[in-house]
Design a binder for this molecule. Structure first.
Ligand SMILES: NC(=O)c1ccc[n+]([C@@H]2O[C@H](COP(=O)([O-])OP(=O)(O)OC[C@H]3O[C@@H](n4cnc5c(N)ncnc54)[C@H](OP(=O)(O)O)[C@@H]3O)[C@@H](O)[C@H]2O)c1
Length: 267
């Protein structure tokens, strides 16, 4: 997809991966619709990115998602790209997972991206083919202790992405999942519950700009599964994931090498 003059919605644009993605898309000529709750940050970013606009949006509130789409339509006439990036972690062992925390993170990581895809669909269909990128996580590709609640939300998002990809292919819309590993952002300071614990198995966090290049790759190539790497690359799930992430099952004898998380108490 040629991004020059395209209109791209990026949720969670007030921080980390979303901010880096908005900057990268804008550098390719896109007009970026910046969505998140912290409007001060979005407005500062919008001033930096010519042609972009900031809209305060809580993506878990249906009326605010509708308002976001209405404003994007009024401002730009259409939407070509949706990057569902807003999300939150929930890093506690299953024994400590509180149902209310799980419901809240499920609303943000699964229900909200679906609502945004549904709301954007008429505009995506009206153009010459659109792209949806859902930001998942490597935690949905393997079993890691302490991440059951969070990984379950991203796994659900993966399935919705894959089925949306099939259902909307005839409309010329690609739906991709991008799989970041640990990334240097505010993410681990803003977990719904739990914490990241570093140890000898940890890897250096990736810069959010690296994840942004994977998101751009997904927009441009439309691959179903895109791994965050330098350079980013399309992957097949299954055996290839085992060879990338290792065969450890994340147990005491396994090697949770890709993320560096161990069970922790609620913080
Ligand atoms: N960082 C990692 O290690 C990592 C690894 C794998 C996957 N991911 C995924 O990458 C995505 C981006 O995370 P990040 O690392 O950039 O984390 P981050 O710095 O914490 O950014 C999260 C973003 O989500 C937005 N957000 C949260 N709740 C929202 C709501 N109700 N409505 C609208 N926006 C909301 C936040 O904005 P406001 O607070 O201003 O609303 C913020 O812009 C997430 O989906 C995350 O699950 C991250």
């Amino acid at each position: 997809m040629d991004l020059d003059d395209s209109v791209c919605i990026v949720t969670g644009a007030s921080s980390g991966i979303g901010t880096a993605t908005a900057r990268l898309l804008a550098s390719r000529g896109a007009k970026v619709v910046l969505a998140a709750r912290r409007i001060d940050r979005l407005e500062t970013l919008a001033r930096e990115l010519p042609g972009s606009m900031a809209f305060q949006t809580d993506v878990t509130i249906a009326a605010q998602v509708e308002r976001l789409m209405d404003r994007a339509r009024d401002a730009f006439g259409t939407i070509d790209v949706v990057v569902n990036n807003a999300g939150q972690g929930l890093h506690v062992p299953l024994e400590q997972l509180k149902a209310d925390d799980f419901r809240a993170v499920f609303e943000l990581n699964v229900v909200a991206p679906l609502a945004i895809m549904q709301a954007a669909l008429p505009m995506l269909r009206s153009g010459h083919g659109g792209a949806i990128v859902n930001v998942s996580s490597v935690t949905s590709l393997r079993t890691f202790p302490g991440l059951g609640g969070y990984a379950a939300t991203k796994s659900a998002l993966n399935m919705i992405s894959g089925i949306a990809r099939l259902e909307w292919a005839e409309s010329g819309i690609t739906v991709s999942s991008v799989y970041p590993s640990v990334t240097a952002s505010e993410f681990h300071d803003r977990l719904r519950a739990g914490h990241l614990v570093t140890g000898p198995w940890s890897k250096q966090p990736d810069p959010p700009e690296l994840v942004a290049t994977a998101i751009l790759f997904a927009v441009q190539h439309g691959d179903e599964h895109v791994l965050v790497a330098d350079p980013p690359r399309a992957i097949q799930l299954g055996a290839e994931v085992e060879s990338i992430l290792g065969t450890g099952r994340g147990s005491a004898g396994g090697s949770p090498a890709a993320i560096g998380v161990v069970p922790g108490n609620r913080s």
